[in-house]
Every structure is written in C-alpha cells, then in structure tokens.
Ligand binder design. Structure first.
Ligand code: PEP
Length: 264
C-alpha cells in the first residue's frame, strides 16, 4: 500500500496569497511516484481557492506526476446543518470535494476542549458523509514517563472512546489513525522509530481484534522532517506520516515526499 504523507498546515500561513504560493510550491512538480499519496490540509478558509488550483487543467498536468494528491480539513462539526455558529459540517466539505478530515488532533483537544465524546460524534458524522477520517491519538509526556504500558493503555482508552459504536465495514478503508505522542508535536523531539513502531503495532493489533479492521492504516506524527522520515517509513507497519511544521517549508516537504517515494 502507498505511504500516506499528510501536511497539516495548522493555522498557517497568515494570508491567502501565501497559502496559494505554498500550495503551488508544494505540489507543482513532477515526481514519478509509486509509493506516496499526499494530503494537504490547509485552514478552512483557504480550501475553496486551493481546490480551484488543484483542479485547474494546468495544475493537474503539472501537479503531481503519478502522485495522488488529496485535500483534507483540520476539523469538522458533527451536525449536517443548523444553528451551530462558527462550525463547518462534513456535508459542506464533501460538497467542495474535500476527501479527508483530521479529527481529534491534540491541539483541538487542548485549545478547543474537545472531549473523546465529541470526537466520537465527529468520527461518526464524517464517516456518514464518506469523508476519510484521520483520527489522532497519543499520550502526554507524564504518561510516557510512566513507561510503555501506560502509554499503550492511554491510547487504547482513547480509541475505545473515540471509536465507540464503530467497527468492521463502517471503518474499513475509511479510518486512518495517526499516532502522535503529544510530547513530540512541534517540539523538535520526535519519538524514536522503535517507540513509534511498537506503539503502532499495538494500535494495529487493537484495530484488527477489537474493531475488525482488515487492513488498518496507522501513521506516525510528531516532529517529522526530511532527516528522520526514513527511520519511520522504512518499517512496513508504519503507513505514513502526519507532518506539521516541516510541511510549511515547501523544499523540506518535497524532500520528505521524495524520500518516501524511494522506500519500497
Ligand atoms: C502535527 O501537527 O500533527 C504535528 C505532528 O506537528 P509537527 O510535525 O510540527 O510536530
């Protein structure tokens, strides 16, 4: 299966002009890729304009060679429409041809006080609209310090709540998990490939046994860059990476994609 590289731009860049420039610089080169699928996840307000660029005839011939390029959203709300000031529904995103939604990112859990119960509603709503879900899970530093068993239990508990009521057909080929230890996000200190690997193997085991997923896809996220990407992706079990900071530098992101492309 192709490795999935997701560029989470977070609340960047600060203007539409810069967003268009970053998008073009990030996607506007030819790469005969066999092994990578890219998802760019900009702020909501840039989605329409970037989709226009992505779908323009000029861009689609230039854009990606054989790389699959998709667009995602950083969040969704669980209702379809109604009196929910400031929210965006999965149906609205689907209408724009957005394919993916990140749900449960630790920054939303922290700054927007998102609970596992809210995240569960969002996952269900996204799947109902056939959006592919990138569900983020991962432990804080104080839990990791207690050891790997504590970290794994933390993640298991998140999955239990976030995926409540879901299994099998409802999730197959629609759910992607991003294992993102909170202490590694935006810190410049990534997990070691060994730590990422053992946690991802554990998550996959859970997804197969408890959620009847046939081919679970689990990514690593947390201070990924062009220097460390190979260490993670050379393992078959790590299906890709969620890239934050490094995705804001088009040259760096291109290197990440190129290195991914070389991994068999
Ligand atoms: C993220 O946004 O999910 C992330 C992993 O960020 P960074 O790569 O900057 O650590």
């Amino acid at each position: 299966m192709k490795k999935l590289i997701i560029a989470n731009w977070k609340m960047n860049p600060p203007t539409l002009k810069k967003a268009k420039e970053l998008f073009s610089a990030t996607t506007n080169y030819k790469l005969q890729a066999k092994n990578a699928e890219i998802v760019i996840v900009p702020p909501f307000i840039y989605l329409s304009e970037l989709l226009k660029i992505k779908n323009s005839p000029k861009q689609s011939t230039l854009a990606t060679g054989q790389i699959k390029l998709k667009i995602g959203a950083q969040n969704i709300f669980w209702a379809t429409e109604g009196a929910y000031t400031g929210e965006i529904s999965p149906k609205m995103l689907k209408d724009l041809y957005v394919d993916y939604a990140i749900i449960g990112h630790s920054e939303r859990r922290k700054y927007a006080a998102e609970t596992d119960e809210m995240i569960n509603k969002k996952v269900i709503a996204a799947l109902k609209e056939s959006l592919k879900v990138i569900l983020c899970v991962g432990e804080p530093l104080e839990i990791r310090k207690k050891g790997k068993k504590a970290a794994m239990n933390f993640v298991k508990n998140q999955l239990q709540k976030d995926l409540k009521g879901l299994k099998g057909k409802l999730l197959n080929n629609k759910l992607i998990i991003a294992y993102e230890p909170i202490w590694a996000i935006g810190t410049g200190i990534s997990a070691t490939p060994e730590t990422a690997l053992e946690t991802i193997k554990y998550i996959k085991k859970l997804l197969i046994t408890n959620y009847q997923l046939l081919t679970p896809r689990v990514l690593y996220g947390g201070s990924v860059d062009s220097k460390n990407i190979k260490g993670f992706l050379q393992h078959n079990e790590i299906d890709g990476a969620l890239v934050g900071g490094a995705s804001l530098n088009a040259k760096e992101f291109k290197k990440i994609v190129e290195l991914t492309n070389k991994i068999n």
